[in-house]
Design a protein around this ligand. Structure first.
Ligand code: COA
Length: 717
């Protein structure tokens, strides 16, 4: 290896291990493209760095200015004597490369490239050149096409966003520039403190995955907000989230929920690949809290970034209004909060504090006649009683409400008894707005409606539960994958991507999934013999690689009780197939054991462009097709995770034996999901797979894969 190559290898190794700390805590910053002209971004950025109170050295770089915004300017970074860690580049795309070389020679570690005109407009060659040049000097790039970075650790506002930033503990990573700038402004109005803002733009080098890894260990970051429009690194994102989420709560806003969600209308798994449903499930799998919109994200972050974790599940609602108490109770059920329900204890503890016409049956309703101090006393009692782990405190505005006094008392009480999470809903007009504002100022999560207060506390609880629950592991499976590969190879040799049902069932059999006994036959005589052998009643099915939807093609006859019925069915299937699919290759007919009873479910797998193989579960028929009541996971899934999938669908009660039915064999479903997850993870040739239906019998009696389809990727994929 020559010297240059050796050097390059060293620098790329260095790159892998470069910590992002200097990007967030640079000792000095240069701005290339700094300008005296207040209309230029290079001016705004220098101004923001300066007025933001950055504690390190600021070096504006401009070939024709001596001073910019009162700071000494330099013609080139190489003219600066001090060490510089970060360079913000605000130069036109066409002239950027010279500056990059200068930064490299100067020993700068990170480039924040604001400049547009790279990959986002198809100029990939320029983007590649930018990254490779920077990396040849051991520099890493944030961007290009970004609005900059803010880091509270050193009070660095190297963005062209708002000059005013409220420092706090939320770090925001955003793919959208405009929205990111807008959100920075909104955090100030909302009094939500930021520890960092990073715009990732084209993600040519540093990606959200790198940043999240850093944020997990960053002391200044208490909670993370991520805005994504899409990710090509789904699997990697999942991996990093699994290690970040136990450290810090992550709230995700991702665009594209509705349009992609609509694609889920189709019933078979393949059409759902790349859909928003997959993204949603993957985020749930890794404990990320996905918010529906910006307001919800802010609401959650307010609680997540300020409140301690609960010590248990039991939540108390305290209110001065019956109606809002009911609204909060409904919301608690919807968002999965458990309420303190020991009525005797509630009565014993709170009746001395509640007026006789109020209620102690959680919600504790003090009614509108109670005084401010009465409500506060109940809050204080809840904060100190071991049986209460979390609180939602709701106040409706009364004629006597005194906002400053109410907020002051809440703040004092919370400060006096730290250690339990609480959220506050203050409902009313200007007075309550003022009260909310005061609480925000003090870092207490307050909202204008009970649902928002409950939803925020529930988000905190979801994160807490995720951190505590035991994570399942993928147990080793003793499966003959070589035998499965042989089945697939056979189809490949015949230039087929779609396996026949017989082949697919063979795969499932090897995988340890129970399929009904089945014999493939070619003539009527054999068919009758096979039916005798299997035992009546039987099911006949056409075997043809060209007829995928057998029911629609009348290629299936069920519940055949005797020789006559089998003979009639045989002839009708054959005649029907020849009439409807004259060109179809027909391999014969399969005679199958008839399975009675049970409940129909669907298990599928497909390949998501970002997350790779995913598995799906739902109940059959209208539950999948009309109600879209399905759930996904990125494969493989542990049995524990598979169980969560099953419990997650809305129609889960049907598996528990609704309307007098017996409980179904849920372990059998999780076993199949687990095995399918392992299969598609190990054998990447499988593009799509459906067991439709998987009939699940009552508890202890297992399941049957009645119909199976497997499609392989096109050769060479
Ligand atoms: N080193 C340092 N400064 C240099 C220079 C060099 N080699 N060459 C020129 N300059 C100076 C210019 O003279 C100018 O200063 P001046 O006002 O004193 O003349 C300054 O750098 C800026 O250059 P200019 O040509 O005026 O660029 P611009 O400000 O019009 O545009 C960008 C630069 C980066 C803002 C623009 O190319 C761009 O990409 N805009 C989009 C940014 C964006 O939206 N990003 C994504 C947000 S999410």
């Amino acid at each position: 290896m020559n010297e240059k190559a050796e050097q390059k290898k060293e620098s790329s190794v260095d790159l892998q291990t470069t910590d992002l700390e200097l990007l967030f805590k640079p000792r000095a910053v240069a701005v290339l493209g700094a300008s005296k002209n207040p209309d230029k971004l290079g001016h705004v950025i220098v101004d923001n760095i300066r007025t933001g109170g950055y504690r390190g050295g600021i070096f504006p770089i401009n070939p024709s200015a001596d001073r910019i915004l009162g700071l000494r300017a330099y013609p080139s970074v190489e003219d600066v004597e001090e060490d510089i860690d970060v360079a913000v580049i605000v130069l036109p795309q066409k002239i950027i490369m010279d500056a990059v070389h200068q930064c490299g020679r100067k020993g700068i570690r990170f480039l924040i490239v604001i400049t547009s005109g790279f990959g986002e407009v198809g100029n990939l060659a320029a983007e590649r050149e930018l990254v490779s040049t920077a990396s040849s000097y051991g520099m890493r790039i944030l961007g290009p096409n970004i609005f900059g970075i803010y880091s509270s650790a050193v009070d660095l506002n190297a963005t062209f966003g708002p000059a005013e930033i409220r420092s706090g503990t939320v770090t925001m990573i955003t793919q959208s520039g405009a929205l990111g700038v807008a959100l920075m402004g909104k955090t100030v109005v909302e009094k939500l403190g930021l520890s960092g803002v990073v715009s990732i733009g084209n993600k040519a080098d540093i990606s959200e995955v790198d940043l999240l890894e850093y944020m997990a260990t960053d002391d200044a970051t208490g909670a993370i907000l991520v805005y994504l429009e899409g990710t090509k690194e789904g699997k990697e994102l999942l991996r990093v989230m699994s290690s970040v989420v136990p450290e810090k709560p992550v709230v995700m806003i991702k665009a594209g929920r509705s349009e992609k969600g609509a694609r889920a209308a189709a019933s078979h798994t393949g059409s759902l690949a790349g859909s928003d449903l997959v993204f949603d499930s993957a985020m749930r799998q890794s404990g990320v809290l996905r918010a529906g919109d910006v307001d919800e994200a802010f609401d959650w972050l307010r609680a997540l970034s300020t409140q301690p974790l609960p010590g248990g599940e039991k939540v108390l609602i305290i209110t001065n209004g019956g109606g809002v108490g009911v609204m909060a109770t409904d919301a608690a059920e919807q968002y999965g909060l458990q309420l303190v329900d020991d009525l005797a204890w509630l009565d014993r503890t709170f009746s001395p504090l509640v007026p006789p016409f109020g209620s102690t049956k959680n919600p504790i309703d003090l009614t509108g006649q109670a005084k401010e101090d009465d409500n506060i006393r109940v809050l204080e009692t809840a904060l100190t009683e071991d049986a209460v782990h979390g609180m939602v405190f709701i106040q409706c505005e009364m004629a006597t409400t005194e906002p400053d006094s109410l907020s002051e008392k809440i703040i004092r009480t919370m400060e006096k008894h730290p250690g339990k999470p609480a959220t506050f809903a203050l409902i009313g007009g200007e007075k309550m707005e003022r009260c909310i504002d005061n609480l925000h100022e003090a870092g207490i999560p307050a909202y204008g409606y009970p649902e928002a207060a409950v939803s925020a506390l529930a988000a905190l609880y979801r994160w807490w539960r995720f951190g505590r629950e035991e994570k399942g592991r993928i147990e080793p499976l003793n499966i003959d994958f070589t035998a499965i590969r042989e089945v697939l190879e056979h189809a490949r040799r015949l230039h087929r991507q779609q396996l026949t049902e017989t082949e697919a069932k063979r795969v499932f059999e090897i995988l340890g999934i129970r399929v009904p006994r089945s014999i493939a036959v070619r003539g009527l005589e054999d068919c009758l013999r096979a039916a005798d052998d299997i035992g009546y009643p039987v099911v006949l099915k056409i075997i043809s690689p060209d007829i995928v939807h057998k029911t629609e093609a009348s290629g299936i006859k069920t519940d055949l009780q005797n020789t006559d019925e089998v003979a009639r069915a045989y002839k009708s299937i054959m005649a029907g197939a020849r009439r409807k699919f004259p060109r179809a290759v027909i391999h014969g007919i399969s005679v199958n054991q008839m399975i009675r009873g049970g409940i129909e479910t669907i298990i599928g797998a497909s390949t998501d462009p970002s997350f790779g193989p995913v598995v799906m579960f739902g109940l059959g028929g209208i539950y999948v097709e009309v109600l879209k009541d399905i759930t996904f996971r990125v494969s493989p899934v542990s049995r524990k995770e598979a169980r969560k999938m099953v419990e997650e669908i809305d129609s889960f009660p049907l598996l528990l034996g609704a309307r007098g039915e017996k409980v179904k064999d849920i372990d059998a479903i999780t076993d199949v999901l687990f095995r399918i997850g392992v299969l598609v993870d190990v054998i990447r040739e499988i593009a799509e797979l459906d067991i439709n239906p998987l009939v699940v019998m009552e508890r202890g009696k297992g399941s049957w894969a009645l119909d199976a389809r497997i499609r392989l990727h096109a050769q060479g994929k």
